[in-house]
Design a protein around this ligand. Structure first.
Ligand code: MLT
Length: 200
């Protein structure tokens, strides 16, 4: 028994990297399967459900208010999720996955990059914000990160996503940060950018 409720779809194209799909607040393990198949056809998909419930809505860590995180819980949950990924890699025989996270899922992926960098090969962070006020010193050399932010996002101030991109770059990640004329929701352009980035 693995430690998170999750969906698993084995690869049909073994040349494609495995994806770790991380849903937003109120989503679940089914939400991003369609997105994953579209942006990297044939990849293994590993899609856990966040263990925190906020008014019945699953999430990956606790928050005190919208955009205000319980950082002790961020650390605990990022480590717990990293342990799950390590278990799942063993159970299913997977390489280190690329995280594809939306909103709360992007934030836990960013926290995992900072706290357990060996767990992920890279990450696509959709509408992500700074998960920890003190970014731990970490070596992200060789990891590709795509960040896609919305200039009109009511939850994430522009300088916040820019600070996250800068901090990941300063740690050595190969960061591509795209800022779209969009809000918090994903747009067609997000999909196009994801398809292109996965094809590179
Ligand atoms: C978060 O709590 O991670 C952010 O506020 C994004 C969200 O889930 O709404």
């Amino acid at each position: 028994e693995l430690s998170f409720i999750h969906r698993y779809e084995p690869a049909t194209d073994p040349t494609r990297p495995p994806l770790l799909l991380l849903h937003g607040t109120g989503g679940d393990e089914n939400d991003l399967l369609g997105l994953g198949r579209m942006i990297s056809p044939g990849s293994t998909l590993l899609s856990p459900r966040g263990k925190i419930l906020e008014n019945g809505m699953p999430r990956f860590f606790r928050r005190l208010a919208e955009g205000v995180f319980d950082e002790e819980d961020v650390r605990f949950r990022a480590n717990e999720l990293a342990d799950f990924v390590a278990e799942a890699r063993k159970a299913y025989g997977l390489e280190a996955p690329i995280a594809v996270g939306f909103s709360n899922g992007a934030n836990i992926a960013a926290a995992m990059l900072m706290l357990r960098p060996e767990i992920l090969a890279g990450a696509a962070l959709l509408r992500a914000m700074v998960p920890l006020t003190q970014a731990p010193a970490v070596d992200l050399a060789g990891k590709r990160v795509l960040m896609i932010s919305g200039a009109l996002d009511p939850i994430i101030p522009a300088d916040n996503s820019q600070r996250l991109a800068a901090s990941l770059s300063a740690s050595g990640a190969d960061v591509q940060h795209e800022i779209l004329p969009a809000g918090h929701n994903l747009s067609q352009t997000d999909l196009q950018l994801l398809v292109r980035w996965f094809g590179e």
